[in-house]
Design a protein around this ligand. Sequence first.
Ligand SMILES: Nc1ncnc2c1ncn2[C@@H]1O[C@H](COP(=O)(O)OP(=O)(O)OP(=O)(O)O)[C@@H](O)[C@H]1O
Length: 259
Amino acid sequence: MHQALSIHNLIAGYGQRVLLRNLCFTVSGPAFVAIIGHNGCGKTTLFRALTGQIPYQGQVQVLGRELRAQRRPAASGLLAHLPQRASVEFSIPVRELVVMGRFRHHRFLGGYTAQDYALADAALVQVGAAHLAQQDFMLLSGGEQQLVWLAQLSLQDAQLYLLDEPTQQLDVYYRRRVFALLESWVQAHNKTILCITHDLENLAELPGYLLNLSRPVPALLPLSAATVQTERAFLESEESLHVVKWGDDVMRQGSTCAN
Ligand SMILES: Nc1ncnc2c1ncn2[C@@H]1O[C@H](COP(=O)(O)OP(=O)(O)OP(=O)(O)O)[C@@H](O)[C@H]1O
């Protein structure tokens, strides 16, 4: 049985600025992993590396397949990515945007079937956005757009989901609802989710793991109220800011993986 995700000695950054230094962690089975850390510590940079937008050193395997060797990981259903600021520059009904999540099952755009649309409608119900189905996506609020993207993403049926602050613009009700939805993707559909978030208060009750990229040597910790409390206290401390401030050459020496 392959590991859901294995990251070994990943090094990434921008030119001289190394933000991820020998990052190592393994997610053995389907799981929710919250990625936290200060602004600018390298969370989005990790996703840029995993999606091939910036080069990296090290090995990344998804279900035993070396990610670097995959030509189009999204098209093959290995990976789906929700960036921090996803935008659409043209008018499109919400339902039409959501059904595009089924693109892997179609050779040409526009060939969606009644079954595809039924799945799109069900996905909108799941995220609590059924009432938006006929509206123009461009005219929705930021939070409403986030819900619609999540509905589209769920139709992609990928093995590994990379979500960059998916609850950022949501109100308290929808934040909780979205985290419950992500939990169901893991439990009911065996997905693995890496979720960048600053929304610590919603994490304590979730099953899964926490990865604090502001730590000098980030490691996966089982999620619990105590873990969230400890990591929050660390992020609020002056000590943790120094890790970032002097990160490039003093505090954040990094270490190589144990094996
Ligand atoms: N193309 C780039 N060239 C140089 N530096 C960059 C580039 N893109 C991002 N950075 C810098 O890398 C650092 C990490 O950025 P990143 O977006 O990974 O942060 P983050 O942890 O996701 O932060 P936030 O919580 O604010 O979203 C930032 O200081 C940013 O200014």
